[in-house]
Structures are given as structure tokens and as C-alpha cells.
Design a protein around this ligand. Structure first.
Ligand SMILES: *Cc1c(COP(=O)(O)O)cnc(C)c1O
Length: 483
């Protein structure tokens, strides 16, 4: 386009002040404020100018855009003043999905967060005694109940930090700063989101002493590596991978025996750390916190938002004398959590104590029988209006995820989606762009929805998303070219 013609177009674009005088914007200004509306108007006008500079608008196009400018400003406002963090529907079947926020919180946890945080609380105040209190007490009492080991180990204390990575950092720094920690080469893991044992070790100022090989480490390897510089034996749960075939790893009992005979504490980074026995669900190799402590591990660390099903947190449970040292470390002050986390954790733990397991979404999803998932899947199939989308119910597996045993797979029934004119990528993209976004799983080119991780009250939204897909699949090509 000629420069002259272009400047003609630019001249049509009104100044921000002029746009703001439009009486149609008065309601928006009253609702969202002058500053936000001005901001929105400015960015809409800037976009218009950009379109002109890219030769994407002719004179009629500019007139058309200006005639609908109030609507565009309103849409812009809604986007910029809306929340960025918002719900999505997890239909992947991965129960602990780190990108989707790991464990959903229970409604009792939310109620407790609200009730105790919307006003002042006794977070660090002993109301009866009128003295300063400690924030730990609110959850330590419940952990003591959950981790009751009988007379043998009455001294288990639990402290809370920001996440398990912080828990490992604090424990290593407290127990092994400037000295050696013995770890098997088969356990030098990296967990998603760049948590690597060797890196955390060096940040904690502890010295890593690797023993054994990737696939085989014997108790004698640990034994031989112990010197006067050794201050900790560390066991790390492999979490997101398995070593199979020609493998060997000492039993935890052997590690305990060695640690006691040499008087060197044994710590276990459990990663997930379940508070209940998961073997009844067919999940094996996922040690519970109680199991490890009962066998005699001195200190365990685990996440609050993995198999515990609570808020993001790192828990350290173990021998009171060792945990007390961690509490006294100035790092603990830097890594401590706020009242919201304590409230969510307290409510979650209380549900365990009351054995109200179904109130914890994670446990409810894990315990959901395949027959129930199939019943809901069938309901979706039967309600979908005939169109270009077809559903089929197929067998599959839900993943526990979140760095729990990779073999932790629960049998499920999946909805397989077939749509005329749409590829698997196009289907998942459209589901993601639905409001709320529906996140599916693709396996061998098939788009699958697992209702195990969908809340029953969200089934209707899944149906609506599929309906939307069905209604729009034919116009796919036209949509593409007009976009
Ligand atoms: C998940 C995991 C971590 C990290 O826990 P966050 O709570 O995500 O910080 C550390 N160690 C192991 C073995 C894990 O599985």
C-alpha cells in the first residue's frame, strides 16, 4: 500500500481520549475503573495500528473495526482483568500431574484455609497460656497420631517446609554440612522440575560420596565407604524410573543395621510418602512413611502434595533430636510455610485421622472402581448428540504420577475420541481451548479421556466440550483460513 494511503488509514484511528468519551464505555469505566479501561483501549488501538502497518486492513476494514471497538475493548478488559491461574479439567488420567497442580485440595482443607486465614489466627500463639506459640504444633500432633509406632519409637517429630526439595536441602545442611553423605549411584536421581540429588547436595554444603554402580549396590559398598568424615547415609526413592534386570539394592533393614552399628543416622527421601498402605489398591513398591520409620530409618522426607494429597509442602518426620536440630537451623526460617499451608495440611491430616479417606480427592480418585468410571463414561456416550464425533469406551490405565512408583498404574476405562476431519492434535487443541480447558491424553495417535481424574461434577463440561468439538469439526478448514 502506498505511504499516502496508509497515513490516510492511520488518521482514521481516534485518540484514546476520544474513544473513552464514547458513552457506551461509561458502564465499563464504572465497573472496572478508568485506568483499566484506558489501558485496554490503548492496547486495542495499538493493535489496530499494527494491522495497518502490516497491510492487513484496508479503509473498509478500519471502519468496520472502529464500529465494533467497544466490544473489542470489553473483551480485552475481560482478559486482562481475569485470573491467569484458573481451573482446567484433567482428563489425562495422571492423578498427580505436576503441571496441573498435583493433588487437588479437599473442600474441608479449603474451608479451613478460609476460616483461619480471613481473620487473625493462633498461628504462633498459645491462646490458653497467653504466650507465644509455635506454628508446628498444629500439625505435629496429627502426624504423631498418623505415625504412631507404639512404645518403640515414641519420639517421632514432624516439621514442615516449602516442598520436599527444601526438606532434603534442610536435612542435608543440618546433618551433613562440611561432611560426607553416602548415596548409591543407583539413586542419584533427577525429579521433574530440575531437582537433582547431587545439586541439592552441593547447595547444602554436604559432600556426596557415591557408592556402588547404577544397577547394583551392596551393603558392603556403604560399609567400605564409611570414614570419620561420614555423617549420614542417604537412601533416595527412585520415584520416576525403575531399574530392572541384573540389579541389587540392600534391604532397608540392612541399612538400618549398618547405621546403628556405626552410629551414623540414616535418612530416606521418600518423594511421595504415602500415609496409608497402598498395596490394597494394587500399588506395590511405594513405601509408606510409617513403614520406613518402623523399620528404623531415622529421618524421612516427603511431599505434601503427592501421595499425601494435601498442599505443596515438604515434610520431615523422624527422631526428635535430629528434627530439633533442623528446626534450629536458620535455613528453616527461610523455608518455612505460611498459615494457608498449615491450614490445608491440618485439615488433610485430620481427614486421615478420622479415616475419612474419601474426602481427600487424591485418595478418592485412586480408590474409584473401574465399574464406576465405566458408568460415567457410558453416560457421556449416551448423552452426546449424534454428529461428527464418535466415542468408544476402551480399557486402559490411570497413572498415579507425581514421582510415585512408575509401575503404579490403576486399571481404568477410557473414552476414545474419533472425529471426522480432525487429527488427534486438532482434537486435543480444541479441547484445550474450550472454557474450561479439557486436557486429554494421546496414545498411539488416539485421543483418550480418563474420567478417573475428572471430578464427577465436571462430566457435564466434558460432554459440552465434546459437543462443541462435534458441532465445529466440519467447519475446521474454513476456521483455519479465516483465522
Ligand atoms: C518429588 C520428589 C522430590 C521433590 O519434591 P517436591 O515436593 O516437588 O519439592 C524429591 N525427591 C523425590 C524422591 C521425589 O520423588
Amino acid at each position: 500500500m502506498k505511504a499516502e494511503a496508509k497515513s490516510e488509514l492511520y488518521r482514521k484511528i481516534p485518540a484514546v481520549d476520544e474513544v473513552l468519551r464514547d458513552p457506551a464505555l461509561a458502564d465499563l469505566i464504572a465497573r472496572d475503573g478508568q485506568a483499566a479501561v484506558t489501558d485496554a483501549a490503548r492496547s486495542v488501538l495499538t493493535r489496530l495500528r499494527e494491522e495497518i502497518s502490516l497491510d492487513r486492513l484496508n479503509s473498509d476494514g478500519v471502519d468496520l473495526a472502529l464500529s465494533g471497538i467497544v466490544d473489542v475493548i470489553e473483551r480485552q478488559l475481560r482478559q486482562s482483568l481475569g485470573y491467569s491461574l484458573r481451573p482446567v479439567i484433567n482428563a489425562t488420567g495422571v492423578i498427580l500431574h505436576t503441571n496441573l497442580g498435583r493433588a487437588p485440595l479437599s473442600s474441608v482443607a479449603l474451608d479451613h484455609i478460609r476460616d483461619s486465614s480471613i481473620t487473625y489466627s493462633n498461628l504462633e500463639f498459645d491462646a490458653a497460656g497467653g504466650k507465644r506459640g509455635r506454628r508446628d504444633v498444629h500439625v505435629d500432633r496429627l502426624f504423631r497420631k498418623m505415625l504412631d509406632l507404639g512404645d518403640a519409637r515414641k519420639d517421632v517429630t514432624t516439621i514442615v517446609v516449602n516442598n520436599n526439595a527444601a526438606a532434603v536441602l534442610l536435612a542435608l545442611n543440618t546433618l551433613a554440612e562440611g561432611s560426607e553423605v553416602i548415596v548409591s549411584r543407583g539413586e542419584l536421581v533427577e525429579i521433574g522440575g530440575s531437582f537433582r540429588i547431587p545439586d541439592v547436595m552441593s547447595k547444602s554444603n554436604a559432600l556426596l560420596r557415591e557408592v556402588g554402580t547404577t544397577n547394583r549396590t551392596r551393603i558392603s559398598d556403604y560399609e567400605r565407604a564409611i570414614t570419620e568424615k561420614t555423617s549420614l547415609l542417604l537412601r533416595v526413592h527412585r520415584s520416576n524410573f525403575e531399574i530392572t534386570g541384573f540389579t541389587e539394592q540392600p534391604a532397608l533393614e540392612e541399612m538400618v543395621k549398618l547405621s546403628r552399628s556405626r552410629n551414623i543416622p540414616l535418612m530416606e527421601d521418600l518423594g511421595s510418602g504415602s500415609l496409608v498402605d497402598l498395596s490394597t489398591l494394587g500399588i506395590r513398591g511405594e513405601p509408606s512413611v510409617v513403614d520406613s520409620l518402623r523399620i528404623g530409618v531415622d529421618v524421612v522426607s516427603y511431599s505434601g502434595d503427592k501421595l499425601l494429597g494435601g498442599p505443596q509442602a515438604g515434610l520431615i518426620s523422624g527422631r526428635s533430636d535430629l528434627v530439633a536440630r533442623m528446626r534450629a537451623n536458620s535455613l528453616f526460617r527461610a523455608l518455612r510455610v505460611d498459615k494457608l499451608t498449615y491450614a490445608a495440611l491440618e485439615a488433610t491430616l485430620l481427614a486421615y485421622v478420622k479415616q475419612d479417606h474419601d474426602s481427600i480427592p487424591l485418595l478418592r480418585m485412586m480408590r474409584l472402581p473401574g465399574s464406576e468410571i465405566e458408568r460415567r463414561a457410558k453416560a457421556v456416550v449416551s448423552q452426546l448428540r449424534p454428529g461428527d464425533v464418535m466415542l468408544e469406551i476402551v480399557d486402559g490405565g490411570s497413572l498415579v504420577g507425581g514421582g510415585s512408583a512408575p509401575s503404579a498404574i490403576l486399571p481404568t476405562r477410557l473414552l476414545a475420541i474419533f472425529a471426522k476431519n480432525l487429527s488427534a492434535d486438532e482434537i486435543t487443541e480444541r479441547l484445550r481451548n474450550f472454557e474450561p480447558p479439557v486436557i486429554a491424553r494421546v496414545e498411539e495417535g488416539r485421543v483418550l479421556l480418563d474420567l478417573r481424574t475428572v471430578f464427577p461434577e465436571q462430566d457435564e463440561l466434558v460432554l459440552a466440550a465434546l459437543q462443541h468439538l462435534s458441532a465445529n469439526s466440519k467447519t475446521n478448514l474454513q476456521n483455519r483460513s479465516s483465522n
